[in-house]
Design a protein around this ligand. Structure first.
Ligand code: C2E
Ligand code: MG
Ligand code: MG
Length: 684
């Protein structure tokens, strides 16, 4: 008995000191027969007071409702294990793992059940925090537009929606697949190495969309350890937009936006490459500097939109006329440059230049009109004219100026003697700008006479430049230049006012009033202010409109724009219109009928030819005279130098003549003295 008590005491000590709650309940009555301290106290009892209490009263009604079914299972002889939360008498909530084990007698009868409870609060909290962090991770992954994926040894374990969106796959199509399946094969090595090395730096690569598109991405991966396993967590961002912007910027930096041709900076790069090759293969190369002759006019008269279309058309033609290996670039404005890299002989450049000239000169359809534009082309040759790109371009440029001076619409090769002249070009522009202000322009007057009777019918005003060092310069030495640089406008305005002033002075001095022919460049004619300026000049000098005749070239009349309105306005004003250099321009004569024109001036080239036998020029002069008569226009022959020419014209019924035979251009005073009759009243 004493032994029994001693062993009971030992058992109690043991039971009260294990870190678990232990109890025993009777099967039939469900009354507590034993409980260690932890069990009793965690349920709000003492080890003494709990004895004889039923399970239900031990745990309380709330817990009973939770465990009742488990208790019934144990009464039926089964084991039961469950986790539930338990409210301690202190109000603290714990998670407990309950094990219920039935107790059987030797005869198999069930006597009761052991209860063993472990406090698993700690594990529970740990597990919950993992669950929560995973949940957080998932939400985070769902919220970002960056693609996120987990892989183990390259095999995808998890991906977020953003990645599915970027690649166009469903989750099932990705999970379990190798990452490399979503990467173009040329990037496999790079990516495998990144994974193998466990790298964690940001890098750029391409991935493959489901439809086969390559998508540039910025990628970073980290090695993460989870549940004893090593994973790689990858984050990638679609950088297509940025790449496109970069490519666009790169493109813009190197190309002319309007024509898509390489621009000046890209050109230098390509030229250096081309020249390096030419050097290595010991072949020749040619640089063609191309400037459009009448682009400004088209831009002014048809508007910038048409100007742009024309430039695009020229770019296309240049590209079409050349091989892919040749370089075609736009230098800006109406300047283009062509480089041809592997010429067998320098002479081959002539063929290229002729081809370019023909390609650009073909009429262009703009707004349903035919527009004519011609190029002036300067050619320099490698290695003859220079060994680097810069020098070759400079020389081609100066050759281009010579093409302009040679009447445009042609090509010229660089000639070393050109350089000093080209250098003077620059100073020429500066001095020409100042010439007007310094009063260096003068006008000479050349008389015009009726073929029948020989009386004075008018005269032409011809400008000259009294150059400080070079003496009196003919218009051919600076007018084409002034036209090309737009400086003809202020010069022309000065000529108009000076002629009116002179006419007034002659009138005041008692001379008869005769009509003065003034040359107008296409550029001047195209200006909207033209009619107003003419009216104002007449007004200021108090002259009748019959004091002026405007000489326009055929190209002025052919250019689109408000030609008809302008001519009508001039006609209303009362000034006369002559077509200068007639026969040298374009072949469309339709405008002669349409426009209010008074006079045709046959270009002297045809007259020079009209000696004795007549020649081609004579035939043309004859045709012009006949046509003029048919249309009721006066016809004047320019450059009449010989009596034979005079007789030729007389025989064909030409109305008027102008030329050295009858009178050279003279300064105002000499002209008046030699040719201008005094008014009858003044003579008396
Ligand atoms: P243009 O209007 O055809 O003028 C006639 C040119 O022929 C003048 O040359 C004149 O001196 C020249 N000439 C006249 N008779 C004879 C002749 O019998 N034989 C030869 N060989 N030549 C003769 P110039 O004065 O050198 O003028 C050349 C061109 O310059 C003019 O051709 C005209 O297009 C332009 N020009 C002259 N003055 C002006 C001006 O004030 N404004 C503009 N825009 N152009 C002008
Ligand atoms: Mg003239
Ligand atoms: Mg003329």
């Amino acid at each position: 008995m004493r032994e029994r008590r001693a062993s009971d005491g030992l058992l109690r000590t043991l039971a009260d000191n294990v870190p678990a709650a232990i109890a025993y309940f009777d099967r039939d009555t469900l009354e507590c027969r034993f409980a260690n301290r932890q069990y009793a106290e965690s349920n709000g009892w003492t080890v003494e007071s709990i004895i004889g209490q039923t399970v239900r009263s031990v745990v309380g009604e709330q817990a009973w409702a939770v465990i009742e079914s488990d208790v019934e299972r144990v009464r039926a002889g089964e084991k039961a294990t469950y986790v539930r939360s338990q409210m301690l008498p202190s109000g603290e909530e714990r998670q407990i793992e309950v094990n219920l084990v039935p107790h059987f007698a030797n005869d198999g009868r069930q006597l009761g059940a052991f209860v063993l409870i472990n406090d698993v609060t700690r594990y529970h909290l740990a597990e919950r925090s993992i669950r929560e962090s995973e949940e957080r991770m998932r939400k985070f992954a769902a919220a970002t537009t960056e693609g996120i994926f987990f892989h183990k040894n390259g095999v995808l374990e998890d991906v977020n929606d953003a990645l599915l969106g970027i690649l166009g796959y469903s989750r099932d199509e990705m999970i379990g697949h190798n990452t490399l399946e979503f990467v173009p094969s040329d990037q496999h090595d790079k990516i495998s190495e990144y994974i193998r090395a466990g790298s964690e730096h940001v890098y750029e690569c391409d991935v493959l969309h489901r439809d086969g598109r390559r998508i540039p991405v910025e990628m970073v991966a980290k090695t993460v350890h989870r549940g004893g396993e090593t994973y790689r967590l990858g984050v990638l961002r679609d950088v297509s937009e940025r790449k496109r912007a970069e490519a666009r910027i790169e493109y813009l930096a190197r190309h002319d936006v309007l024509t898509g041709l390489p621009n000046r900076s890209f050109l230098s790069e390509r030229l250096e490459g081309m020249l390096a090759l030419a050097r290595r293969h010991e072949v020749h190369a040619a640089i063609l500097f191309i400037d459009l002759d009448n682009f400004k006019n088209i831009n002014d008269s048809l508007g910038h939109h048409a100007g742009d279309s024309l430039l695009k058309e020229v770019a296309n033609r240049l590209r079409g006329a050349l091989r892919d290996a040749d370089v075609v670039a736009r230098l800006g404005g109406d300047e283009f440059l062509v480089a041809v890299g592997d010429l067998g002989a320098p002479g081959d450049a002539t063929r290229v230049a002729a081809k370019v000239l023909a390609a650009v000169s073909a009429p262009v359809s703009l707004d349903n009109r035919q527009v004519y534009v011609t190029p002036s082309i300067g050619v320099s040759l490698f290695p003859r004219d220079g060994t680097d790109a810069e020098e070759l371009i400079r020389h081609a440029d100066s050759a281009m100026y010579r093409a302009k001076e040679s009447g445009r619409a042609n090509y010229q090769f660089y000639a070393p003697s050109l350089s000093p002249a080209a250098a003077t070009d620059i100073t020429k522009e500066a001095t020409l700008r100042e010439a007007g202000a310094r009063g260096e322009f003068v006008i000479h007057y050349q008389p015009q006479f009726a073929v029948e009777g020989g009386r004075l019918t008018g005269f032409e005003a011809l400008v000259r430049w009294r150059h400080a060092e070079r003496g009196l310069l003919a218009p051919s030495e600076f007018i084409p230049f002034a036209e090309a640089r737009g400086m003809i406008v202020p010069i022309g305005r000065w000529v108009l006012r000076e002629v009116c002033r002179q006419q007034r002075a002659w009138l005041d001095a008692g001379f008869e009033l005769h009509c003065a022919g003034i040359n107008f460049s296409a550029l001047q004619f195209r200006r909207d202010s033209l009619v107003g300026e003419v009216a104002q000049a007449l007004n200021e000098a108090a002259l009748p409109a019959s004091a002026l005749e405007l000489e326009l070239t055929e190209s002025s009349l052919m250019d689109a724009g408000s030609v008809a309105e302008k001519l009508e306005a001039l006609r209303r004003l009362g000034v006369r219109i002559a077509v200068d250099d007639f026969g040298t321009g374009y072949s469309s004569l339709a405008y002669l009928k349409r426009y209010p024109i008074d006079k045709l001036k046959i270009d002297r080239a045809f007259i020079a030819d009209a000696d004795a036998g007549g020649g081609d020029g004579g035939a043309i002069a004859t045709a012009i005279i006949q046509m003029g008569r048919a249309l009721g226009l006066k016809v004047l022959a320019e450059g009449v130098e010989t009596v034979v020419q005079m007789e030729f014209l007389r025989a064909r019924g030409c109305d008027e003549v102008q030329g050295y035979l009858c009178g050279r251009p003279l300064p105002a005073d000499e002209f008046a003295a030699a040719h201008l009759p005094r008014r009858a009243s003044g003579v008396v």
